[in-house]
Design a binder for this molecule. Structure first.
Ligand code: AMP
Length: 382
């Protein structure tokens, strides 16, 4: 599907917005289907269809108006994608989403193919969760099987007594109980696979979370080159095993002994890959576009070390952040997602700092954050 064609995007968030920017830059038209009007992606699209993801009539109308369909959001029902698939190519294919949108299915898939995951059990009641947690040992983590993201729908269990409260709080019929991984750091790899099966991987980024939400990504990850290579190799092998056409993001824990454990998969652009927009020859968003349109993939080469810092709604607590102060370093790139409603914890934007070395980028990111909030103590938190 060549430039001039129309890409259909399900989901109107920031991942879709940056995808739409990449698509429009290359001369494609973009139609976005998203329930909320004036969405981040809708603002960049030629057409925004405001409809629920399970509105099959609207989905059909949307699909007939485009040449290929992709998504930026995982919590779309399989039934909705199965409805679209006979009308237009859906990339990645619906089965990939079906596996990755449920932790139990995802872990079963990874384990069946011999990929390293944390020890876990699927549990279906508070009593089962408590018994399995006692057998597994504490601490451990209880996570909903469906619809979890940014740490929502998960609880760390310190003792059997925590299990029933955690189960009630999750309010889900099925959950995955997972061993606690004592990790040195978290890294992730985004790779792209095209329709001919060629795969290109971005270098791993090193990710720091706060309150279960990604706070900062450092690229390249400060890990031994053999660990970085192993992570890329695993991501590429998973993309092949899943038969993905599009993007696959793989999150890893790096254990103290340097071994890797896969935490999660996402068949879409990933927050930890935002650095690629400013720091790589081809961004993850352009790579997604190229893959779903059947074009050759671009080079994922890192042009410069980079640090990406998320801007959550909390940053607006004292009014509009001081953008001019942030941008007084000419190596800082600002991205805002066009969300009018500010809420604590909501991802409103991010900034990226590009420097000749990782150490300089980390230092400059901490200074940029301190300038933005006018608070020197932020330096220490970073
Ligand atoms: P998730 O929603 O599964 O990506 O989890 C969000 C974050 O919680 C991860 O990035 C980790 O920082 C932490 N976490 C999740 N599962 C575990 C685990 N089994 N062991 C240690 N930390 C975890």
């Amino acid at each position: 599907m060549l430039p001039g064609g129309t890409v259909g995007l399900i989901g109107g968030g920031q991942l879709g917005r940056m995808f739409a920017i990449a698509a429009r830059r290359m001369g494609y038209r973009v139609h976005t289907l998203e329930p909320a009007p004036d969405s981040p992606a809708g603002q960049i699209s030629d057409r925004e269809i405001s409809a629920a993801y399970d509105d099959l009539e609207k989905l059909g109308e949307f699909a007939r108006g485009v040449d290929v369909v992709t998504f930026e959001f995982e919590n779309i029902s399989s039934a909705a994608l199965e409805h679209v698939a006979p009308l237009r190519p859906v990339r990645p294919r619906p089965e990939v989403l079906h596996i990755c949108q449920n932790r139990a299915r995802e872990k079963e898939f990874l384990q069946r193919h011999g990929f390293p995951v944390a020890g876990h059990r699927v549990v279906e009641s508070a009593a089962e969760a408590a018994a399995e947690a006692a057998a597994m040992g504490f601490p451990c983590v209880l996570k909903t099987a469906d619809f979890g993201y940014d740490g929502k729908g998960q609880s760390k269990l310190g003792s059997a007594a925590d299990a029933s409260e955690a189960w009630t709080r999750l309010g889900a019929p099925r959950a995955v109980l997972e061993e606690w991984v004592d990790f040195r750091c978290e890294i992730s790899v985004v790779c792209a696979r095209d329709a001919s099966g060629r795969v290109e991987s971005f270098p791993p980024s090193e990710n720091l979370h706060r309150n279960h939400i990604l706070y900062r990504s450092v690229a390249p990850a400060r890990v031994d080159p053999s660990i970085a290579r192993e992570a890329e190799l695993l991501a590429v092998r998973i993309a092949r095993a899943l038969d993905v056409v599009g993007l696959l993001a793989v999150e890893f824990f790096v254990r103290r002994d340097g071994s890797l454990v896969i935490n999660e998969l996402a068949p879409r652009p990933h927050n930890s890959g935002h650095f690629t927009f400013d720091a790589c020859a081809t961004s993850q968003f352009e790579q997604q576009l190229r893959a779903v349109c059947g074009l050759p993939l671009g080079s994922p080469r890192l042009l410069t070390p980079a640090v990406m810092v998320n801007l959550l709604g909390d940053a607006w607590a004292d009014g509009e952040p001081d953008w001019a102060a942030l941008l007084s370093d000419p190596d800082v790139k600002l991205h805002l997602y066009g969300k009018s409603e500010v809420r604590p914890g909501r991802k409103m934007g991010h900034f990226c700092v590009l420097k000749p070395t990782v150490e300089e980028a980390v230092q400059a990111a901490a200074e940029a954050e301190a300038r933005l909030f006018g608070r020197a103590e932020t330096l220490h938190r970073a």
